[in-house]
Write a new protein. Structure first.
Length: 225
């Protein structure tokens, strides 16, 4: 299926997923920041936290997750794929929200924000909470895994490698930016990524294997034997 047809496929369902993303992520995320029902916990400070300098300009890479996350379901062509996407995303977010509520961790953001307009906007909007596990890292990785899944049978090997490489680079930049902007501790990232892998695996459990481009389905290959 060509890109235009892929983007337009199941469009009403995709719009519903986008609305669910906006409401189901933003409302709990910002609400939990303001509850503070339990004392803030400390996490180990790793060498990576010291190795990466504070770079408020990396905010643009950090905010690019807002483009990556809605892009992933846009690539789907079947309603069943969107159902699996929503199921896995819900598992990921609920696990993070439970941690944010009961085991709140404050991020390493500087007490005095730098003279950087975009970073000051972030500080005014997003409180330095909801750090562990990193929902940012989880959403970025989950989106990449889902996008590669729904595209895997539609791309030639060279195109598949290119998309995988570019997607991995994008996610790596997002992960780096979480540390460079002091939104997260280093230990937050593997925790969020582990939840993303688990949510993806559970969402696609019992799914039919994807047929790679140029391959015959199992039934077709069996009939030739």
């Amino acid at each position: 299926m060509r890109l235009r047809g892929r983007l337009r496929a199941q469009l009403p369902a995709k719009l519903a997923v986008w609305l669910g993303l906006a409401l189901g992520i933003c409302i709990p995320y910002f609400t939990l920041q303001r509850l503070a029902l339990f004392p803030r916990r400390a996490v180990p400070v790793l060498a990576l936290d010291h190795a990466i300098d504070f770079q408020p300009g990396a905010l643009w890479a950090y905010l690019s997750v807002g483009l990556l996350v809605p892009l992933a379901p846009l690539l789907a062509t079947r309603r069943s794929e969107l159902v699996r996407y929503a199921r896995g995303l819900a598992l990921l977010c609920v696990a993070c929200f439970v941690a944010f509520l009961f085991v709140p961790v404050e991020g390493p953001r500087p007490a005095v924000p730098p003279d950087h307009r975009a970073y000051q906007w972030l500080v005014a909007l997003d409180r330095p909470a909801n750090s562990f596990p990193s929902l940012h890292a989880g959403l970025a990785l989950y989106s990449l895994l889902f996008g590669l899944r729904v595209l895997r049978g539609a791309l030639a090997p060279a195109a598949r490698r290119a998309v995988t490489g570019l997607g991995t680079l994008w996610v790596a930049l997002i992960l780096y930016s979480t540390l460079a902007t002091r939104q997260h501790w280093a230990i937050d990232l593997p925790a969020g990524m582990a939840l993303a892998f688990a949510a993806y695996a559970l969402a696609w459990r019992s799914a039919e294997p994807v047929v790679q481009r140029g391959e015959l389905p199992v039934a077709a290959r069996s009939s030739e034997i």
